[in-house]
Design a protein around this ligand. Sequence first.
Ligand code: F0G
Length: 457
Amino acid sequence: MDLPFAESWKIKMIEPIRKSARIEREQWLKEAHYNVFQLKAEHVYIDLITDSGTGAMSDRQWASLMIGDESYAGATSFFKMKETINKITGFKYVLPTHQGRAAENVLFSCLVKAGDYIPGNSQFDTTKGHIESRKAFAIDCTIDEALDTQLELPFKGNVDIRKLEKILIEHNEKIPFIIITVTNNTAGGQPVSMQNLREVNKLAKKYNKPVLFDSARFAENAYFIKKREKDYADKTIKEICREMFTYADGMTMSAKKDAIVNMGGFIATNIEEWYEQAKVKGIIFEGYITYGGMNGRDMNALAVGLDENTEFENLETRIKQIEYLASRLDEFEIPYQRPAGGHAIFIDAPKVLINVPKEEFPAQTLTVELYLEAGIRGCEIGYILADRDPVTRENRFGCNDFLRLAIPRRTYTNNHMDVVAVALKNVFDRRNSITRGMSIEWEAEVMRHFTVKLKRL
Ligand code: F0G
């Protein structure tokens, strides 16, 4: 008999978590204006609000913290990190930043001007925020099939090459670069195929435009390429990553995801001019060019994390856990973006809460219901997160409306996944009795989901 699958690690340190009573959660949620970002973490039992900065570091990462070099300039920790990034990505210039959006801020300050167009697949909300706050336009050219959650495609994060070319023709002069997010978080943690990366690169060359990867989950993307794309089954994850990055001119990175650190990020590129410009902005916004908002010890942990998480076993353990949760949801026939993504399950909220109109935010309503049910915190990646159209100020309902259950790396066991699945089933079983959703009482101009105040209708 074949042995069953098990994690590629064992546990050395634990952190207690606590359950609460429904009556307590009702009070806490009211105080949080029905926005789960406003909850205290201690009032959460299983926290699936994000996989960002919430992973468990390895013993090797913790050990590396002790030998961090905290020199202001020229720290050995920076050079260790730079060397690892050079090796994995092939990019020679590396500029540290304190997290992913800081990398976006530094680089976009150099490259994005009012009236510009930045096409790609789905831009994450911070990326969109950094584009739109500069009065430029983020153009989502993801394949239409990504909108149909029940369609099983191996690479639902792909760019529609025809849509991209149309934008390149229409706005050629106004396009500073193309941005590809791997994996495509907003479309459901869906991967982009090597072939698609190659095609985007070819098109970019034709129109003389550089390509930037938003690389937060590039290792998970590489895992899917290995598992799903012809000719890659026998390649190592590191070989696949190296090839992926040959189709880009630079990257921004939130190291809080695939480098499994609690804080950190960077810009890496082969374009000297980008690096020279970014250095100046980096010093103003982040700090000197060999630490950019990070401690020496954090750069050490980042280097080790990046090396470990571009190994197959680590990624397999992680993604099999997402698949496990998906299989439990299949048992209960709960609809989610199929196939399961790399870092999260995205529940198709309008298909669950069929009686809640889109104007009352079904995914946010489902997020609230799941928290009330069992103290589990997911988050809305849907109509609230989509913000208003910058020109018309209308809500944007053209996207999917998901409840995202993001799974932190190496943090919870499959028993926790069972609790999540059953809690969701309990909500699912009473879905027809949920007829009203939420209304907005107050919202910020951009990235409103973090601070929005809501009312239960
Ligand atoms: N790009 C992508 C694809 C992301 O998912 C994120 C963050 C960022 C950039 C920004 O990085 O948080 O380090 O500033 N995503 C988190 C999430 C917050 O929950 O999906 P950051």
